[in-house]
Design a protein around this ligand. Sequence first.
Ligand SMILES: *[C@@H]1O[C@H](CO)[C@@H](O)[C@H](O)[C@H]1NC(C)=O
Ligand SMILES: *[C@@H]1O[C@H](CO)[C@@H](O)[C@H](O)[C@H]1NC(C)=O
Ligand SMILES: *[C@@H]1O[C@H](CO)[C@@H](O)[C@H](O)[C@H]1NC(C)=O
Ligand SMILES: *[C@@H]1O[C@H](CO)[C@@H](O)[C@H](O)[C@H]1NC(C)=O
Ligand SMILES: *[C@@H]1O[C@H](CO)[C@@H](O)[C@H](O)[C@H]1NC(C)=O
Ligand SMILES: *[C@@H]1O[C@H](CO)[C@@H](O)[C@H](O)[C@H]1NC(C)=O
Ligand SMILES: *[C@@H]1O[C@H](CO)[C@@H](O)[C@H](O)[C@H]1NC(C)=O
Length: 217
Amino acid sequence: MELGAFLRLTVIAVMLTAAASQTTPTGYANHTVGGSAGWFFNSTTNTSAANYSSWAATQTFNLGDFLIFNTNSNQTVIQTYNESTFRSCTTDDALNNDTIQYGGGSTAFGEALTIPVPLTIKGPNYFFSDAEDGAQCQSGLAFEIQVNHGLGLPPSLNQPPPPPYVTPPGPDFSQTPPVTIAGGSQAPGNSGFKNGVNVRGVACALLFGVAFLCFRH
Ligand SMILES: *[C@@H]1O[C@H](CO)[C@@H](O)[C@H](O)[C@H]1NC(C)=O
Ligand SMILES: *[C@@H]1O[C@H](CO)[C@@H](O)[C@H](O)[C@H]1NC(C)=O
Ligand SMILES: *[C@@H]1O[C@H](CO)[C@@H](O)[C@H](O)[C@H]1NC(C)=O
Ligand SMILES: *[C@@H]1O[C@H](CO)[C@@H](O)[C@H](O)[C@H]1NC(C)=O
Ligand SMILES: *[C@@H]1O[C@H](CO)[C@@H](O)[C@H](O)[C@H]1NC(C)=O
Ligand SMILES: *[C@@H]1O[C@H](CO)[C@@H](O)[C@H](O)[C@H]1NC(C)=O
Ligand SMILES: *[C@@H]1O[C@H](CO)[C@@H](O)[C@H](O)[C@H]1NC(C)=O
C-alpha cells in the first residue's frame, strides 16, 4: 500500500473520530448524590455515608441535569463555583454571586429532605455541607464535579429564579442582599470531556478497519 494513501485514510479516520466525540447526550439526567447512601453524616463516627468523590467519578454531568440530595436537616447543601469557599468548608466569607445555600429554614434536627439542585453553569461546581462548623465537610461531606455542555440549558432553567441564599450568621450580618446568578452565563472553566477512553477505542477500531481495507488491495 502507498504511504500517501495510508496517511490520507488515517486523516479521514481521525476526522470521523472527532465527529464521533461530538455526540451529545439524548436527554437530561438526575443524579442521586451518593446513590442509595444519600447525603448523610454520622456525628458519632465522624464519617460521611459515602465517598462522594468516588461516587462523582462514576457520573457524567451536563448542563440541565439535577443533583438530587436525599438527606435530612442535620446536613446542609452548599453549591459554590469558588474553590476557596469550597476548601474553607464555610460560607462565612462567601460572595453572594458564586455560592448558593439550598434548603434551610428548618430548625428541627433530622427532618427528612429531598433537595434538587440544577446544574446551570459549566465547569467546576463544588458541593459541601457547612453544618457542625465545617466538621462534616472536613470529614468527607464534600465533592467536586465538572459540568459539561451536553445539550445546553433547557428553557426551564435559562432564567432560574433567584437562589435562596441565606446570609450566614456572624459579625458581617448586615451585608448586601442576595444577588441573582445569571443562569445563562458560563464559568471560565472548560467542558472536561470524560469519555476519552471510548473515543480512543473508536479511533483504534476505525484505524484498524481502514488499515485492513488498504492491505486487501
Ligand atoms: C429530575 O428532577 C427534577 C427536580 O426534582 C424534576 O423536575 C424532574 O422531573 C426530574 N427528571 C427526571 C427525568 O426524573
Ligand atoms: C452512627 O454510627 C453509629 C455507630 O455505627 C450507629 O450506632 C448510629 O446509629 C449511627 N447514627 C446514625 C444517625 O446513622
Ligand atoms: C475517597 O476515595 C478516593 C479514591 O477514589 C480517595 O482518594 C479518598 O481519600 C477517599 N476519601 C475519603 C474521605 O475516604
Ligand atoms: C472566592 O471567594 C473568596 C471568599 O471565600 C473571595 O475572597 C474571592 O475573591 C472569591 N474568588 C473569586 C474568583 O470570585
Ligand atoms: C462575583 O463578584 C465579584 C466582584 O464582586 C467578581 O470579581 C466575580 O467575578 C463575580 N463572580 C461571578 C461568578 O460572577
Ligand atoms: C440529628 O442531629 C441531632 C443532634 O446532633 C441528633 O440527636 C440526631 O440523632 C440526628 N438525627 C439523625 C437522623 O442523624
Ligand atoms: C472529626 O473529624 C474532623 C476532621 O477530620 C476533626 O477535626 C474532628 O475533631 C473530628 N471530630 C470528632 C468528634 O472526632
